[in-house]
Design a protein around this ligand. Structure first.
Ligand code: UDP
Length: 412
């Protein structure tokens, strides 16, 4: 259940919510339909879960449709997804045919809703084929890419590009992810909800309960990385950094993640992590259930330093979450982490375990920097990465698309 817009006033100020209401006023009554391929799980569903109610509150006629697919369809779209993120993954003619057919079947039920809408926002590749099939559409269609399309596997991108190029506009999370397309492109980074269970304020009793549950020592510094057990998140590199620091400071480390057991690759990474952590009672490797929002919130708040030592990263919501909790973040110098970690101001960008260890030691020796960098980070998130900014970006770009004259511009 998401909070009303007024609940965010206290966090972002009334001028921000007023501006949102003013833009919303201009869009009153327009019919906007979002289409993605899952109602639950993942960042896109989470964002739509709060965005639709807020758009409705503003008077837009907003709705959310979900594409239905077969297991084979989702295998194919996973391959497309991996190829767009640079994986050398072939998608053959038969696969593209299945992709087409599932979109065509879905259009049978969605046609009425989609062809009448003023704005249709199609999220990611799965439902992208709806547009070429939807003849006689009335409104403007926008393709929203949530993934890193900066270095796609060309044969797959060539086909997808011919589909998404037909849209009236597209949205990417950052400039590096955008691709040449024959329409206006908008840059809209993701956001976190400061009132959600993952990010809301937590009182001391709840914090202490989580500290006690995992046997963390309140007297010693705590390093925390929250991430799926994935090689690109480099949990083994985090342990290497911790071990270097451990020689000179009595630190503790939490590596918290989930979903490892049903993902063969995740399981292998989890096994490597447990092996690297073996014999050290101060390394806490936690396998959490998918709804462990309060636990993650508390662990990020209990941390002295938040780590996100990824070697590849789309945006890195865990970085935003850590910064919002007033923590300095030591992050890999990649992808969306670079948007958030302003070196020496909101945290440190690193390329190696040695680099991470060096920055951890520096912060532990300069406790006042932990506080000041953390505060700067929190304000940076308040300004740039909360859902109110995200909503305002959406409203502004909808206005621009509705009034657009087809110029090929990128809005920032
Ligand atoms: N997360 C979670 N449980 C876990 C690991 C991660 O709820 O075991 C959350 C994390 O708090 C963040 C999101 O999942 O909100 C991960 O987003 P991010 O952009 O950091 O990485 P991704 O997993 O999308 O690559």
């Amino acid at each position: 259940m998401s909070a009303p817009l007024s609940a965010y006033e206290e966090i972002v100020g009334s001028s921000v919510t007023r501006q949102i209401r003013q833009i919303g006023e201009k869009l009153r009554g327009i019919r906007i339909v979002h289409v993605n391929s899952t109602r639950e799980g993942g960042g896109v569903a989470e964002i739509l879960g709060w965005m639709i109610p807020l758009m409705l509150e503003l008077g837009l006629d907003a709705s959310w449709e979900v594409l239905r697919g077969t297991p084979r369809f989702f295998e194919i779209t996973k391959s497309i997804h991996n190829a767009l993120q640079g994986g050398i993954v072939a998608v053959n003619g038969k696969d593209w045919k299945i992709y087409h057919d599932v979109n065509a079947e879905n259009l049978e039920t969605l046609r009425g809703t989609l062809s009448d809408a003023d704005i249709v926002v199609v999220h990611d590749p799965q439902p992208a084929y709806l547009l070429p099939l939807c003849e006689g559409r009335k409104g403007k269609w926008i393709w929203r890419a949530h993934i890193d399309v900066s270095r796609p596997f060309r044969p797959v991108w060539k086909v997808l590009r011919s589909i998404v190029g037909k849209y009236d506009a597209s949205i990417f999370s950052m400039a590096e992810f955008a691709q040449p397309l024959p329409h206006p492109q908008f840059l809209v980074p993701p956001s976190i909800d400061p009132l959600s269970e993952k990010n809301r304020d937590i009182d001391a009793t709840e914090l202490e309960a989580v500290r006690g549950k995992f046997g963390l020592d309140p007297a010693r510094p705590l390093l925390v990385q929250v991430s799926r057990f994935d090689r690109f998140k480099d949990p083994v590199g985090v342990i290497a950094a911790y071990k270097m620091v451990r020689k000179v400071a009595p630190v503790q480390l939490v590596l918290a993640g989930g979903g490892a057991t049903d993902d063969p690759e995740g399981k292998a990474v989890f096994d490597d992590v447990t092996e690297a952590a073996e014999g050290d009672p101060d390394i806490h490797v936690l396998l959490l259930p998918p709804d462990a929002h309060t636990t993650i919130n508390a662990l990020q708040r209990l941390a002295d330093i938040v780590l996100q030592k990824s070697t590849r990263e789309g945006f890195g919501l865990t970085v935003t979450e850590g910064m919002w909790k007033g923590k300095p973040v030591i992050g890999g110098d990649v992808g969306g982490i670079r948007l958030q970690v302003v070196n020496h101001h909101t945290g440190f960008l690193v390329n190696t375990p040695e680099g991470a260890a060096h920055r951890i030691r520096y912060l532990l020796h300069h406790r006042e920097r932990i506080r000041s960098i953390g505060e700067t980070g929190r304000e940076f998130v308040r300004e740039n990465y909360l859902l109110t900014r995200h909503l305002r970006d959406y409203l502004t770009l909808i206005l621009a698309v509705l009034q657009g004259d087809g110029e090929r511009i990128i809005y920032m």
